[in-house]
Design a protein around this ligand. Structure first.
Ligand SMILES: Cc1cc2nc3c(=O)[nH]c(=O)nc-3n(C[C@H](O)[C@H](O)[C@H](O)COP(=O)(O)OP(=O)(O)OC[C@H]3O[C@@H](n4cnc5c(N)ncnc54)[C@H](O)[C@@H]3O)c2cc1C
Length: 391
């Protein structure tokens, strides 16, 4: 296949999350057309997550390749790197404050704002909302037939699964399934915190707050829209959210029951529950086996959570999804042959994603272990010392 013919190959991306959108945009910048099929009727990225820190060596590289780095820098929240670490008594272990002139390595941006940047730069013709993939069928000629719930059928040379934790493309490559990580969360939101709850807003500061004790956590992060997003986190059996008898659709009673799990926690920490609005989202955290690989197959690959779903405790999920997109797009632009491009991408991706998945797994165990605040502080101290030695 010549370079010109590579551009004529039909490429479908399943999923319009940060990974799929980044891939489509970088391909577009290299003159390569791809089609994105997204199951939702319109972009829902704003609804499905909070503030994300975008790392210098992963997500920011993707934004540079996507031509969005300057726009990102103009709106990224560098002060969002503030970090407070406490135990349940309110004892403070870490209180990191980003300086006024800091342009640190991990500035924050809300997931919706990040995806808006990508969407504004993408040719809208490549986006197909309301297309839920039901099945991808390998054909004898090496192509894949894609069947959608709305009856649409497409046949493509390369299908990229960017369809998240429960990917419908993954079974074409591996039997591995997303397994429950042992962690359940209840997501809460404190609206307009600075105005409506100034005391809590001051306590939380401008970035993240981790309160850790007794194999539980209150994890909070200030978002760009003034909300504090809160994840009450529990080490629990897979069915705990069903059996815990917390009526998540009756907020007053649910809050009362949730507060019982934090009865001996400091009042400032309990305030995150008191001040939250009435919407509660129970979540189970899933992960794929650390170091997952598959035997190369022509015409199909995975990026992002579909390839290496991990718990959020390395803060890498969205960053890796965007780095995968970059590596795959650049390989497709560079190599004449799609198979060669996919193979080069997959070999690179296995190396960095297994490192992050291992780190995320280790951090999850540490954050929910005995005396977790002390251990997490020690881990950060070691990390800072190593960084200083490198300078
Ligand atoms: C509670 C929580 C907190 C997190 N915090 C962070 C953090 O601080 N930092 C960080 O980097 N990461 C974080 N993550 C992880 C991050 O959200 C994911 O890693 C990231 O969104 C992965 O991007 P993706 O594009 O691969 O998949 P997704 O964002 O999951 O997007 C997949 C898309 O595919 C679509 N789709 C699914 N199935 C189909 C189908 N059959 N047909 C068509 N479309 C389909 C979905 O609708 C969706 O739009 C967090 C995750 C959770 C759960």
């Amino acid at each position: 296949m010549t370079a010109a013919s590579a551009k004529e190959q039909r490429i479908a991306i399943i999923g319009g999350g940060p990974g799929g959108l980044t891939l489509a945009l970088i391909l577009q910048r290299h003159g390569i057309k791809a089609v994105v099929y997204e199951r939702e009727d319109s972009d829902k990225n704003r609804d499905s997550g909070g503030s994300l820190d975008i790392h210098e060596d992963t997500g920011q590289i993707a934004l540079k390749e996507a031509g969005l780095y300057e726009q990102f820098k103009a709106i990224a929240r560098y002060e969002g790197e503030d970090f407070r670490l406490l135990d349940k008594t309110g004892k403070i272990y870490m209180d990191e404050v980003a300086g006024v002139d800091d342009t640190g390595e991990r500035p924050e941006i809300d997931r919706g704002t990040l995806c808006d940047l990508l969407l504004n730069a993408l040719d809208p013709e490549c986006l197909h909302y309301g297309h839920k993939l039901i099945e991808a069928i390998p054909l004898d000629n090496g192509m894949h037939e894609l069947r959608f719930e709305n009856g649409h059928v497409d046949t493509v040379h390369l299908v990229v699964g960017a369809d998240g934790a429960f990917s419908r493309i993954r079974p074409l490559l591996t039997d591995a399934k997303a397994e429950y990580s042992g962690l359940s969360m209840v997501e809460l939101n404190v609206d307009n915190a600075a105005v409506a709850h100034p005391e809590l807003a001051a306590f939380n500061a401008r970035g993240k707050m981790f309160g850790l004790a007794d194999h539980q956590a209150i994890l909070a992060q200030l978002n760009g829209d003034g909300r504090i997003k809160v994840y009450l986190s529990f080490r629990a059996e897979r069915d705990w959210l069903d059996t815990c008898d917390i009526p998540f659709n009756q907020p007053k009673e649910a809050k009362r029951k949730l507060l019982q799990y934090y009865s001996d926690w400091d009042e400032q920490l309990k305030n995150y529950i008191h001040c939250s609005n009435d919407k509660m989202i129970p979540r189970r955290i899933y992960m794929l086996p650390v170091g997952l690989k598959w035997a190369f197959k022509s015409g199909v690959t995975l990026i992002g959570d579909a390839a290496h779903l991990m718990s959020p405790f390395a803060g890498e999920g969205v960053n890796l999804a965007m780095l995968d997109a970059t590596q795959l797009a650049l390989a497709i632009a560079h190599y004449d042959d799609l198979d060669e491009a996919v193979s080069v991408y997959e070999e690179k991706m296995y190396v960095y994603s297994s490192r992050s998945a291992g780190e995320s797994d280790k951090n999850l165990k540490l954050i929910f272990s005995d005396d977790a605040a002390t251990k997490l502080k020690e881990m950060f101290d070691q990390y800072h010392q190593q960084a200083e030695l490198k300078e």
